[in-house]
Design a binder for this molecule. Structure first.
Ligand code: ATP
Length: 255
C-alpha cells in the first residue's frame, strides 16, 4: 500500500516557554487537498515551520512518504500569505524565481514557465511588473511560481486572505479547476471556512493555542463545488457545523 505523503503523529511544538501545538496528528495522501482551519494565533504557520525544518517538534513524529521528514529532500513548494512578488521583476521573471533559486538558468526556467502562462490567465501580461496587475492575477502568478517547481507537495499559507471577497471567490474556482486537472497534493492553512469547504477533501480544525484537533471532517461533495441546488445546501450545512465548533465557547471561557 502507498504510504501517506505526509503523516504527523502526536506533534507538539512551540517557542521557548510558549507551547503552540499540543497534540496534532494528521494525514495527507498523494493527490489529496487538505486544509487546516483554526482561530488566529492557533499555530497554523508554526505547523508550516515544522514542515520547512525551521522549527523542530518537541514531541511526535513527521513522516514523508513513509520516512522521517529529514530524509526527504525539499519536498514542499511554499506559497506565502502575501503574493511576495518582487516589484522590480516582470511577471515572467517572478514566475521563474523559484526555479532560479534552485539553480536553474533563467533561460531554462522560462522554457518551463512559458507554456503555463495561458493556463494561469497570464498570457500577454508576462512582461508587466506586478504593480500593473490585479490582486487575482498577482496571486495566480505567485501560484504559478510555486507549482512550476514540481515539488511533490504544495503548502499554501492563507494565500487568498488579502484579496477582496469577489476576487477570492474567483481564485477558489480557479484553484479548484486546476486541482481537478492536476491533482496536486496540497495543504492549505486558512481562517476562511467557506474556502476550506470549497477546496478540501478533508479539513482539520484546530482549537485555540495550545492547539489540538477539535474536528476532522471529510468533505464528500463532488467537484466542481457549485454553490446552488442541493450541493450548495450541503456545503452550507458543513460550513455551519464547522463554524459551530469554532465558535463554541472553550471550557473556562465566557461566551
Ligand atoms: N518566532 C516566534 N517566537 C516566539 N513566539 C512566536 C514565534 N512565532 C510565532 N509565535 C507565537 O506563536 C503563536 C502561534 O503563531 P502562528 O504564527 O503559528 O499562528 P497562526 O495560527 O499562523 O496565526 P495567524 O492565523 O494569525 O497567522 C502566536 O502566539 C505567536 O505570537
Amino acid at each position: 500500500m502507498i504510504p501517506p505523503r505526509l503523516q504527523l503523529t502526536g506533534i507538539a511544538a512551540g517557542y521557548k516557554d510558549l507551547q503552540v501545538l499540543k497534540d496534532i496528528s494528521l494525514t495527507v495522501r498523494p493527490g489529496e487537498f487538505v486544509s487546516i482551519l483554526g482561530p488566529s494565533g492557533a499555530g497554523k504557520s508554526t505547523l508550516f515551520r515544522l514542515f520547512t525544518g525551521t522549527l523542530k517538534p518537541t514531541h511526535g513524529e513527521i513522516l514523508y512518504d513513509g520516512l522521517p521528514l529529514e530524509a526527504a529532500s525539499s519536498p514542499f513548494a511554499f506559497m506565502p500569505q502575501r503574493d511576495a512578488l518582487m516589484p522590480w521583476r516582470r511577471i515572467i521573471d517572478n514566475a521563474t524565481l523559484g526555479l532560479e533559486v534552485q539553480g536553474m538558468s533563467r533561460r531554462e526556467a522560462r522554457t518551463r514557465v512559458e507554456p503555463l502562462l495561458s493556463e494561469f490567465g497570464l498570457s500577454g501580461f508576462e512582461q508587466q511588473y506586478p504593480a500593473a496587475l490585479s490582486g487575482g492575477m498577482r496571486q495566480r502568478a505567485a501560484l504559478l511560481r510555486t507549482v512550476v517547481q514540481n515539488r511533490s507537495m504544495l503548502l499554501l499559507d492563507e494565500p487568498f486572505g488579502a484579496l477582496d471577497a469577489l476576487t477570492r471567490a474567483g481564485m477558489h474556482r480557479f484553484v479548484e479547476a486546476m486541482w481537478m486537472r492536476r491533482r496536486w497534493t496540497a495543504m492549505l492553512v486558512t481562517h476562511d471556512v467557506r474556502e476550506a469547504v470549497h477546496l478540501s477533501d478533508r479539513i482539520y480544525v484546530l482549537s485555540p493555542r495550545p492547539a489540538t484537533l477539535i474536528q476532522v471532517i471529510d468533505i464528500p461533495l463532488t467537484r466542481p463545488r457549485l454553490r446552488n441546488g442541493a450541493a450548495g445546501a450541503e456545503a452550507a450545512a458543513i460550513e455551519n457545523a464547522i463554524l459551530e465548533t469554532l465558535l463554541a465557547p472553550q471550557e473556562g471561557q465566557l461566551p
